[in-house]
Design a protein around this ligand. Structure first.
Ligand code: GDP
Ligand code: MG
Length: 438
């Protein structure tokens, strides 16, 4: 999937302008790619429609080409499709929090139970107790006990002659006695959905009253994963999904559609067989990974998160009217710092007039010095640098731990910068106009 999408997007990325034909062609490719990756066809249809609509109706951000703008929408929609924000594990208002693990045989329930316990202790400072409630699969209890030993964590078990319902009941009582704050119940699975199993799980749910029912889904099973998720959800109202085996040769289709079909967030991703290979699932990262667009995506992120568009517009107006002060300069510095090295950023920007930038050398280490100087200025001086006489310069140098030469240089650079920004502003706003109308 990643390769396919990347191929399509590369075609568009190189161009300065995207025609409607390009968007259409691209969406056809994206559609094929998603279907090939086993994404549910209904999900694909909905996805394409919403991307098309959003991409066509949107104004192109000044820092992006129209092609990047489309990529941005594809990325955002893909992220939204997988749940948007990272979704956290439940915490009960009153301890212990009961988590029930469900899923087909071989999906990774037992392994994930141990991984989750490890995660809860390591990252959340919790003291979980594991419960062996799979009495059917040979050696299932032993498997969990071995993992518990490895983690040095208690595993509650009553052998395989007591019903899972009874095991769950007694386990929770024991957890209360021993002051465990999480109870993780590992349940049995079958090779296929069957009613006997579902009935049993429902009974366990009734007794255990879990705060969280995590459906463990093997990401390698593609389209099947969606059907499994759908029926487990119908029967048990699962509250979250753990997608396992994402480390394998999977095309990621399951990740895209499980959330969309069940309306249940993916909370964790299994990234290997080892006990520490469980990660909180981040929809945005997964989308980026699927799209695999490197530089372009990071540029989009930077442009989005760092520059408040409103502020940028205001600043632009000020610069055009030469009203730009050292206060604005400080604010600008913060934004630059948030974005990272300025020249790197400029390099990433397509269509940037690099010739005009040649004289602009930004040394990150200098920025600290510059900031100190500006912060040593009075309010008045910041607003109107023209009042800066020799004694003011001397005072500022002393206050900022720099020299008068440093201060002089900055004042000169500030004037140059103002001039240059004015040019830059002219350049970008000219472009914006053309794009907006064309
Ligand atoms: P259960 O039947 O649902 O309890 O599944 P198990 O926990 O016994 O796991 C079945 C197999 O999948 C075992 O061999 C696990 O090591 C393996 N497994 C589980 N999670 C992952 C994962 O995230 N990545 C990989 N590569 N293997 C996994
Ligand atoms: Mg198991």
């Amino acid at each position: 999937l990643a390769e396919r999408l990347q191929g399509t997007l590369t075609k568009i990325r190189g161009k300065g302008k995207v025609s409607e034909t390009d968007v259409k062609e691209m969406m056809r490719e994206v559609r094929l790619a998603l279907l090939e990756a086993d994404v549910n066809f209904k999900v694909v249809k909905q996805f394409i429609a919403s991307v098309k609509e959003k991409a066509l109706g949107q104004e192109v951000m000044k820092s992006l080409t129209p092609g990047q703008q489309v990529i941005k929408v594809v990325n955002e929609e893909l992220t939204a499709l997988m749940g948007g924000e990272q979704s956290k594990i439940a915490v009960a208002p009153k301890s212990p929090t009961v988590v029930m693990m469900v899923g087909l045989q071989g999906a990774g329930k037992t392994t994930t139970t141990a991984k989750l316990a490890n995660h809860l202790r390591k990252k959340h400072n919790r003291q979980p107790m594991l419960v062996a409630a799979d009495i059917y699969r040979p050696a299932a209890i032993k498997q969990l006990e071995t993992l518990g030993k490895q983690l040095n964590m208690p595993v509650f078990s009553l052998g395989d002659q007591v019903s899972p319902v009874e095991i769950a009941k007694q386990a929770i009582e024991k957890a209360k006695e021993d002051h465990h704050d999480y109870v993780l119940i590992d349940t049995a699975g079958r090779l296929h959905i069957d009613e006997t199993l579902m009935d049993e799980l429902k009974q366990v749910k009734e007794i255990a009253k879990p705060d969280e029912i995590l459906l463990v889904v093997d990401a390698m099973t593609g389209q099947d994963a969606v059907n499994v998720a759908e029926s487990f959800n119908e029967q048990l109202d699962v509250t979250g999904v753990v997608l396992t085996k994402l480390d394998g040769d999977t095309r990621g289709g399951a990740a895209i559609s499980v959330k969309a079909v069940t309306n249940t967030p993916i909370k964790f991703a299994g990234m290997g067989e080892k006990i520490d290979q469980l990660e909180p699932f981040h929809p945005d990262r997964m989308a980026s990974r699927i799209l695999g667009m490197g530089d372009v995506l990071s540029l989009i992120e930077k442009a989005q998160t760092s520059v408040d568009e409103e502020k940028a517009r205001e600043l632009e107006k000020k610069m055009r009217t030469m009203d730009f002060s050292f206060d604005d300069f400080l604010e600008q510095l913060d934004q630059v710092r948030n974005m990272g090295p300025l020249d790197e950023l400029l390099n990433m920007m397509p269509g940037m007039n690099k010739k005009g930038m040649k004289d602009l050398k930004v040394d990150d280490k200098q920025i600290g010095k510059v900031e100190a100087i500006v912060r040593s200025m009075t309010k008045k001086e910041k607003q109107d640098p023209s009042i800066m006489n020799a004694s003011r310069r001397r005072r500022i140098a002393k206050g900022s731990g720099t020299t008068i030469q440093d201060v002089n240089r900055l004042l000169k650079q500030f004037e140059d910068m103002k001039k240059m920004m004015k040019q830059m502003t002219g350049m970008t706003s000219g472009k914006g106009k053309k794009r907006g109308k064309g």
